[in-house]
Write a protein that binds this ligand. Sequence first.
Ligand SMILES: [Zn+2]
Length: 623
Amino acid sequence: MVSGSDMHGTPITVTAQQEGKTPEEVAMHYHAINSKSIEDMGISFDLFSHTHTKEHFEAALWILETLDKAGYIEPRISEEPYDPVAKQFLPDRYVEGTCPHCNYESARGDQCDDCGKTLDSKELIDPHPKLNPDAKLEFKETEHLFFKLSAFRDSLLDWLSTDKEHWRPAVINFTRNWLQEGLIDRAVTRDLEWGIDIPRKGYEKKRMYVWFEAVMGYYSASLHWAKNQGQPELWKEWWENDEAEHYYFMAKDNIPFHTIIWPAMLSGCGLHLPHDVPANEYLLLDSTQFSKSRRHAVWIPDYLDRYDPEVLRYYLSSIMPEQKDANFTWEDYVTRINNELIGNYGNLIHRVISFAQKNYPDGLSSKESTIPSVHAKILEVHNRVSEALEACKFKRALQAIMELSQTGNIELNEAAPWKQVKGNRDACEATLVTFLNLCRSLSVMMTPFLPKSSQKVWEYLNQEGKIEDNGWDSALEYKTKFNLQQPLPLFSKLDMQEILEKEMPSEETNELANVKPEITFDDFKKLDIRIGTVEKVDVHPNADKLWLLDVNFGGPTRRIVTGLRGIYESDDLLGKKIAVLVNLAPAKFRGEESNGMLLAAEGEGIVSLLQPDKEINDGSEVN
Ligand SMILES: [Zn+2]
């Protein structure tokens, strides 16, 4: 199992510039955080690498060269944004201008952060280089290498209709629709100095496009892993062996890269195509999407400061969004952990091992199980779990294990060793050996979900070595002797009220969201805000969302352009006293000059004008 961090995204170079660091410093900083979180969560990769390694650069160039030799790479001329001051071509994120959809003035060349629409630099009004805002953006012809993705459409459609019964329906449908709409050839180089060099004349200032090389990380990490093993050819067992099956794990927003783009590249190079791409739907937090900028998230390093990673692994596995979006709530987290993980599983393990250890401190033995139904259930569940895991149905696998544990609790109550021990110690010993074997089987099957606590159970049962080294089928072995260690409870019960108070503090105690950087009183004094009366409302000739207002400030009248059309009717505005920032530099909106900006409150879709609450003269200052 290999993966890694993508190091060459444009956001990295933007952050680096803003923080005065090199892109490599920024990328390595995040790679270190991610690697540590993964390790602390008990996720063990054979190699978790990144895309800024010698191995990745070599592998990426080999793939580019191989595709080129096969005729799938072609230089083409296209028009790209160009900064005449810096004398360089710009990636879309380095272009700013006014959004043609909502008039937001700082829209980027790839997207408007205000209305969320995807954009092209050419669509922006007054586009300019982000770093040289006074310069006028130019569009100049430049050469780039293109990947002929369109050439793979038919073969991918064939591949998609062959032996894909095990694929998730959402993944296959999404991929088929995308292919049926047709594939567009895409540029695989760009004008940016951060990334993988292209050894080609005229490409000295160009780098490999990140969408093209990031997916190659799976391949380069395999090569890197083999090298680390001291057997540099070992990767071939996974990439050139027809018996090997490749699984790719991700969320649904990444489907096309793994079911279309990467498979096209792989088949162009004669490498193995994915066996399964079991993409998950989204995990929501309190029914809305996680968001870094709104700080609507559960941060892994924060989480790990307070709680047990195993508990989170259990909760996330039990609600995994395999078929539809799932919802993380702290309430549900506490309920499931207390009722299922502790009430069912943890309790059974602790009850059995602690009772047996206390009453038989010198060990227990019994030739065969005196409760055959328990062993039969282990066999049946082991089968179901194996099948579910191979089919990437992880939730179903976990449910089956929990069902086995539930059966164990019922059987244990019926056998009642705490009664047996008083009258017939031998019968009690035989009963306990049966249930100790059940605990042993459960710990093996739980290992993929709860690696650390399963190892603990293994040690309480005094079994040898690391649990995973004993193999999956060791769950089916029957041990006739146990010499136990004194166990501790596997998990601590969670306090609902305490956790809700900590994780979901009420609104009043919450910090004000999205506060801008602090300013001084002198900064504030620079703002000249006055009260004025709206005397006239006109329709903007070229924009259907804009009003032209004439506002009287007790003598002089000013023309102000505002985006309130559709929110306030002209009659609602006429005669109103409003607050206006009057010393804002004039700006043109679709050809009409605005000499000031009116103040309004905005929140949750409502826009409301700021107005004085007493009669006051036009021209009065706001302080
Ligand atoms: Zn917009």
